[in-house]
Design a binder for this molecule. Structure first.
Ligand code: DX5
Ligand code: ZN
Length: 217
């Protein structure tokens, strides 16, 4: 059975000055998860938020927090983000601090041992093959459909076959992240993705509810 279609608005595009209100509003509009982008200024050329802010979000949220670590050294921050309330914690297969296959497997096992679901992500130019050794060790694959670092970029259609390939190997949750709107979301659902992460499309919409519903339909 195909996994359920889920919508995970990315808080990166919300009004951070009214964070608690935005969380409330997007949940009331039907968000299944909340996607939280964590950037270190090294793995990607941008800085965002840390565990203290995740904890603040957790206090006002009632849906799972899907925390996406875009860090050179995610291994140093697994525990802090899980303690802060991450239900899903995703690391990048390219993170230099995880070094090799055994480093990656250790991080994924550590996430699960700490009580969270383990996610693995890849940049648009990394092949699906790079994730193959890990499909037994993860709960979520997060396919980047833009170069990570910023919201509001254009969807890269070349990732569509990658999602199709990953769906052959992995029965769990496959999320797509970057440039997702009604049209690219449909394309990704058809390719086999079941979790749609969307920042700009949801938070810049006049109606969060209409935007979320259009991703699910
Ligand atoms: C980019 C982030 C995305 C981003 C998506 O590095 O991982 O989650 O917020 O934003 P949109 O939906 O605007 O492309
Ligand atoms: Zn993300």
């Amino acid at each position: 059975m195909a996994p359920k279609i889920l919508v995970a608005p990315s808080l990166l595009a919300c009004d951070f000055g009214r964070l608690a209100e935005e969380v409330q509003k997007v949940q009331d509009a039907g968000a299944d998860w909340l996607h939280v982008d964590v950037m270190d200024g090294h793995f990607v050329p941008n800085l965002t938020i840390g565990p203290a802010v995740v904890e603040a979000i957790r206090k006002v949220s009632r849906v799972p927090l899907d925390v996406h670590l875009m860090l050179n050294h995610p291994e140093q921050y697994l525990r802090p983000f899980i303690d802060a309330g991450a239900a899903y914690l995703t690391v990048h297969v390219e993170a230099p601090g995880l070094r090799n296959e055994s480093g990656l497997l250790k991080a994924l096992a550590d996430i699960r041992a700490a009580g969270a679901r383990a996610g693995l992500s890849l940049r648009p130019r990394t092949s699906a093959q790079a994730l193959k050794p890990f499909v037994q060790a993860v709960d979520l694959l997060l396919v980047m459909s833009v170069e990570p670092g910023f919201g509001g970029q254009a969807f890269m259609p070349e990732v569509v076959p990658k999602v199709q390939q990953l769906r052959q190997w992995f029965p769990g949750d496959i999320a797509v992240d970057g440039g997702i709107n009604r049209d690219t979301g449909r394309e990704m659902r058809e390719a086999g993705a079941n979790v749609l992460v969307a920042g700009t499309y949801v938070f810049k919409a006049r109606s969060y509810q209409d935007a979320i519903q259009s991703l699910r339909a």
